[in-house]
Design a protein around this ligand. Sequence first.
Ligand code: NDP
Ligand code: GDR
Length: 385
Amino acid sequence: MSKQNKVALITGITGQDGAYLAELLIKKGYIVHGIKRRASQFNTDRIDHLYQDPHEKDQRLILHYGDLSDSLNITRIIQESQPDEIYNLGAMSHVQVSFDSPEYTANVDALGVLRVLEAVRLLGMTEKTKIYQASTSELYGLVQEVPQSETTPFYPRSPYAAAKLYGYWITVNYREAYDMYACNGILFNHESPLRGETFVTRKITRAAAKIALGLQDKMYIGNMDAKRDWGHAKDYVEAMWLMLQQDKAEDFVIATGVTTKVRDFIIAAFNEVGIKLRFEGEGVEEIGIIDSVDEAKYKAATNLSASDFQLSAGEAVIEVDPRYFRPTEVDLLIGDPTKAQEKLGWKPKYDLQGLLEDMMKEDVKLFQKDLDLKEAGHKVLTQAE
Ligand code: NDP
Ligand code: GDR
């Protein structure tokens, strides 16, 4: 292997962004080290296509067992892998779950960042190693101004966001105190076919695909009035890499500049499979009933004809369930990516429609397999999300 190969370490490599970033860096000729957590079952689905047998020569992807709550482990992995670049993507990343596990979230999402920075400092690697910290638009929380930019004040609204606030500032502090190349990407929501199943976009695309194929007849949802600036994860990992290729470490907002209501994302997703929804009522009483099926669109998406569109209860219901409401909500996110466009030359390739089409196509494909199993007489399990 050439001496020119840069070495990167990705925490959170088994997650959505970790998988796309690992693929991007390997394409660019990097040797990629990643930290995976020990689990009782394989948890590397998203990166299995990049996996190499550890006995092969010229390893491009090297996985280490580890956890951001374990400073000895983090320090050892950094020492062994000697990375030129660290992408700290590992986190308990679900906002609602952070209300259930606030202490764990703080340990991983706040102190985990400190552990990475301090390991690089203690190992005397501050001149060698550049660090990317996965900061978030959740830092803006309660709306102070729109669109949100690098200068907008923060007002976190969840244990997740409060922990990420510490991660943001400790990164800035290490940059200033020890002259480290450490920067924050303040990324707005980004999604993909690899998105975790319990985030709202993926929950919706999965439900629309299953409902279209007759595998499910109802979707429970939380606050449909929240607005998010949704981009594609493939575009966003490109921005992470660009942030570490500059002369000077700086923090950047990465966003599309377009915001959309959860409700409109639902309508658009069902529209992709030719199913129109009608919303009725207000608040928790609000339901949507399948109104009609666009024969051509439905057939194109599912390979079925509209007469195959059968639901057990006769109608697909979108039911608001307060269990998905958060104790404190972030109502409106819309980012201003001007600085990233000007200084990094970053420009997303996907718009919302492109993102939605990619997600719906993959989810229909995924559940078509379930449909085949069902038709062959197998039981198909569905799980509440
Ligand atoms: P995911 O939830 O898909 O992935 C999170 C990753 O972190 C997984 O690999 C997970 O491992 C790992 N992880 C969780 N806990 C620990 C721990 N204790 N020690 C080590 N690793 C751990 O998140 P995304 O890929 O969507 O996001 C990547 C990062 O970017 C996160 O930090 C997130 O907070 C942040 N972010 C995400 C945005 C988004 O819209 N996606 C927007 C802004 C910021 P496992 O697979 O074992 O669970
Ligand atoms: P978010 O993403 O909290 O913005 O955090 P999520 O998709 O979970 O929620 C977006 C909005 O949708 C509303 N919502 C629901 N959310 C979920 N998960 N499930 C539902 O049933 C539902 N119904 C309505 C939520 O209330 C919210 O307003 C994501 C994560 O990736 C973070 O790690 C990241 O930092 C931010 O994006 C930017």
